[in-house]
Design a protein around this ligand. Structure first.
Ligand code: PGA
Length: 253
């Protein structure tokens, strides 16, 4: 295990109402109590748009950052019924934004569209959690690396500030399925993402790469052996303060 800051990011998906603040409150209390553990990581909870303003205002003096889960690509207001853009979300209190999640790619988001969303989010100084990863078919055909490379190439530009982007490797087949990659495969893929970013953009900076997909308080023990993973994107298990806190505790056990 390294001394580098690790990220524990919750993705609440379509979950929660105003009373769900108690989950954040419990995590906050845990962070206050266990200062030594908390100094080694950053916790970000990505909530539905309906909650960001209320939660952000309640969280004064907080040890948790808040984010949202998607946006419309348009930088300006427009006739896009039901949508909100990055600027609206930033002004409402979001600090982070998940983009390129497989559940949104499944609804038709292309790499090009995701790039527009990344650009408009960076323009308003949001931090990006950029999800990439292969489907099970692509994995079985040995295409994991080429798919990831294409996703990075088509959605990221050299001029994007890499200090504002966290790559989240989320194999589509592991999201919501309780299946996780083999440790050796995961190690190789994390290494590949760091390598391929530097190669494509001729960069000396190594990007942060986190893992997501069926992370729980048991399998986190195995993942903690891979020091090159900069953190975790936790879906369902972040909807319970106990489960989320257990993930953090067990990581450092
Ligand atoms: P999961 O979701 O942890 O429920 O598999 C992960 C995610 O969607 O980011």
């Amino acid at each position: 295990m390294t001394n580098k800051i690790k990220y524990f990011i919750g993705n609440w998906k379509m979950f929660g109402n105003l009373s769900s603040f108690k989950i954040i409150n419990e995590i906050n209390k845990f962070r206050r109590k266990f200062k030594k553990i908390s100094s080694r990581n950053k916790v970000i909870i990505c909530v539905p748009n309906t909650l960001i303003y209320f939660f952000q205002n309640k969280l004064k003096g907080k040890l948790i950052s808040l984010g949202v889960q998607n946006c419309h690509q348009s930088k300006k207001y427009g006739s896009f019924t039901g949508s909100v853009n990055a600027s609206m979300l930033k002004k409402t209190g979001a600090e982070f934004i998940i983009l390129g999640h497989s559940e949104n790619r499944f609804d038709g988001e292309s790499n090009k569209l995701i790039k527009e969303k990344i650009q408009s989010s960076l323009d308003v100084n949001l931090n990006i959690i950029f999800c990439i990863g292969e489907t099970s078919k692509e994995k079985n055909n040995g295409k994991t690396f080429s798919v990831i490379k294409k996703q990075i190439k088509e959605s990221i530009e050299k001029k994007f500030d890499i200090n504002k982007i966290i790559f989240a490797y989320e194999p589509v087949w592991s999201v919501g399925t309780n299946k996780v990659p083999k440790i050796d495969d995961l190690k190789k893929t994390i290494k590949f993402i760091k390598f391929v970013y530097k190669k494509i953009y001729k960069s000396k900076k190594t990007p942060r790469v986190i893992y997501g997909g069926s992370v729980n308080s048991q399998n986190i023990r195995t993942f903690s052996s891979i020091s090159s993973i900069d953190g975790f994107l936790v879906g369902r298990e972040s909807q319970s303060s106990k489960k989320f806190i257990d993930i953090i505790k067990n990581y450092y056990k």
